[in-house]
Design a protein around this ligand. Structure first.
Ligand code: GDP
Ligand code: MN
Length: 391
């Protein structure tokens, strides 16, 4: 789960990382008021969306008067901001962050990520910040420093100092950097984060380190024990299809095709998507309905898949171990009735109570295409696709 920059800044500030003073606004007037409240002569106005690359996309501006802050904020609110990291639809701007502008002497890059190879938290840092990490890795790989943290020891003082020196910091900046590194590491570990990124971490005109930008994302599987983090979720920044699915406890990822998929098990779901492609089709989604899917749950899965208007056929593929084919079949029949389904549905059932399941489908009198194998199901789904009516 991602959160906004202003939320990430508040979190790392709580762990001792210096951030600029700022305030959140939900309207242009409030943005102007925030500038007045902060005082000073220069402010940075920043669109709060779950994406980086806002600077280049026109979502960050240095302003020199309260009016400029208000007027620029007015151009942001309600806008769909398209960045290098968003899709073509962009992300809606409903919150704007106004902060006291900093003088930038130097920009550094600092990231904490999970290194799957070593199964440890890894620091990635560079003396050349500002750029996206991918560009940095391409254009200036030599400048990238990597350091793995031993979970039993935590971030050791000598490691933090060594890293600070290698980034070209000196004097009092070393102690400040050690403090920043410690704070980010603790924020990451204590809150079950998956990523903490400060880009840029700047050296200001007075030689001090300040986090000008902050990004955090969290392990969704740990949210149950981090209610304070879960409360930071902003569903307006999520794919609406995925937001609804998450609310219903379904593992769903929206895709661009038109074959809606309802499948149990992530592995089978991946295999089914491959088979659809092989048969010449494109999946509209990944959906793992999970084990023990009740008819109600199957209904919810249908609703979720159908909330995507691109869907022209639904493919249900169940290999029932924990699941029961008769439950799934009942769910399909119920979904037909409750959702008022008009699209073709291809169902492939295998495993526990398969005979009962197939019988329920046959006796329903509904136009369900039954398939015995995964390959047959994929072919049938591609064949049953309804092309969108010509305009
Ligand atoms: P991102 O593009 O979404 O990563 O947004 P950032 O928060 O990183 O801002 C983009 C760029 O705006 C930064 O790389 C800085 O160059 C610039 N910027 C942000 N805050 C300030 C500030 O306080 N002062 C100055 N001079 N530039 C800033
Ligand atoms: Mn940034």
């Amino acid at each position: 789960m991602d959160i906004h920059e202003y939320q990430a800044k508040e979190i790392i500030a709580g762990f001792g990382v210096p951030v600029p003073r700022g305030g959140l606004a939900y309207s242009p007037e409030q943005a102007g008021y925030r500038a007045r409240e902060l005082g000073g002569e220069k402010w940075v106005v920043k669109a709060q969306i779950h994406s980086g690359g806002r600077g280049e996309a026109g979502g960050v501006k240095l302003c020199h008067s309260e009016e400029e802050v208000r007027d620029y904020a007015a151009t942001l609110f309600g806008k769909q901001l398209v960045t290098k990291q968003t899709d073509a639809g962009g992300k809606g701007v409903y919150r704007v962050w106004v902060e006291t502008a900093s003088d930038i002497e130097r920009e550094l890059y600092l990231g904490f990520v999970l290194d799957r190879a070593s199964e440890r938290i890894m620091i990635v840092a560079s003396g050349h910040g500002g750029m996206e990490i991918e560009d940095l890795a391409d254009e200036d790989p030599e400048s990238l420093r990597r350091m793995v943290i031993d979970p039993a020891v935590g971030l050791a003082e000598f490691q933090a100092r060594e890293l600070s020196f290698s980034l070209g910091l000196s004097g009092g900046q070393i102690a400040q950097m050690v403090n920043v590194l410690r704070g980010c590491y603790r924020a990451y570990r204590d809150l079950d984060a998956m990523m903490v990124e400060i880009n840029p971490l700047v050296v200001t005109g007075t030689g001090d380190l300040v986090a000008l930008d902050a990004k955090m994302s969290f392990d969704t599987n740990a949210l149950y024990r981090r209610p304070e983090v879960a409360a930071l979720r902003d569903a307006s920044q999520e794919d609406p299809r995925e937001a609804v699915a998450a609310d219903n406890g379904l593992a769903y990822v929206g895709l661009d095709g038109d074959i809606g998929c309802i499948i149990n098990g992530a592995g089978l779901a991946m295999a089914t998507m491959d088979m659809i492609k092989l048969a010449g089709g494109e999946p509209a989604n990944f959906l793992d309905i999970g084990g023990g899917a009740s008819p109600e749950r199957v209904c919810t899965a249908f609703r979720t898949v159908l909330s995507d208007t691109n869907v022209s056929v639904i493919l249900v593929n169940i290999f029932a171990g924990i699941n029961r084919c008769d439950w799934i079949a009942k769910g399909v029949v119920q979904a037909y009735r409750e959702v008022g389904l008009t699209l073709p549905v291809v169902v492939r059932l295998a495993g526990t109570n398969v005979k009962e399941g197939q019988e329920i489908l046959r006796n329903s009198g509904l136009p369900i295409v039954a398939a015995d194998t995964l390959a047959e199901a994929a072919d049938a789904a591609v064949a049953a696709r309804q092309q969108p009516a010509a305009a």
